[in-house]
Design a protein. Structure first.
Length: 202
């Protein structure tokens, strides 16, 4: 903040450091808010171009709704993360240590947790994509080998090739979910969830 101190030095000499710090804090808050909103809209626009909501809806066998979208939720999360750092800078300028100390601890924990979150997201995304690709390959292969004819002979009222593909999908996705939960390294969540999924696999 040395640059701001030098910039507002004449004002500080006139009105004192208290009012000057308040004005600088308001300036930081205003600029930070505008920056956060711009980034939020950019993230929403970029995610919207990926058609993320429609892809998720199709993968779950549903149709997009008018509810707040995944893109909007992610963009809003980015906005709040930026504003968290902005508010930290504002409170530090005001020297409100009763707020900055716990806020600094919160920011430190978030920054420390980000690598785990990114690793879990990558593992889950790769597992999901691999499961979808193999489900399609196995379903088509089973259909080509006559799985549907076999299903009719057995009196099944379901698509045998799709059933095999779904089983392959689950056998790949469930371990990916377990690995993603372990990557989060939150024992209160990862251990019970992983144990439940592992029991299902066994």
């Amino acid at each position: 903040m040395d640059f701001l101190d030098e910039l507002f030095a004449p004002l500080t000499a006139e009105v004192g450091p208290g009012l000057t710090n308040l004005l600088i804090a308001l300036l930081i808050l205003g600029i930070g808010y505008v920056f956060a909103k711009v980034v939020e809209r950019l993230v929403a626009a970029l995610l919207n171009r990926t058609n993320l909501d429609n892809r998720l809806a199709r993968s779950m066998g549903s149709t997009p709704t008018q509810e707040p979208s995944v893109e909007q939720a992610v963009a809003r999360l980015v906005f709040y993360l930026i504003m968290l750092f902005v508010l930290l800078a504002v409170f530090q300028r005001l020297n409100w240590t009763f707020i900055t100390d716990p806020l600094n601890l919160l920011v430190t924990r978030i920054v420390d947790f980000l690598p785990n979150l990114i690793a879990a997201a990558v593992i889950l995304a790769v597992g999901y994509l691999l499961a979808r690709v193999l489900r399609g390959l196995v379903t088509n292969l089973a259909a080509g080998l006559g799985a549907e004819r076999l299903g009719r002979r057995l009196g099944l009222n379901i698509s045998l090739s799709r059933l095999v593909g779904t089983l392959v999908y689950a056998l790949i996705l469930i371990p990916a979910i377990i690995a993603a939960l372990n990557a989060l390294d939150i024992e209160a969540i990862s251990q019970p969830a992983a144990a439940m999924l592992q029991t299902f696999l066994d």
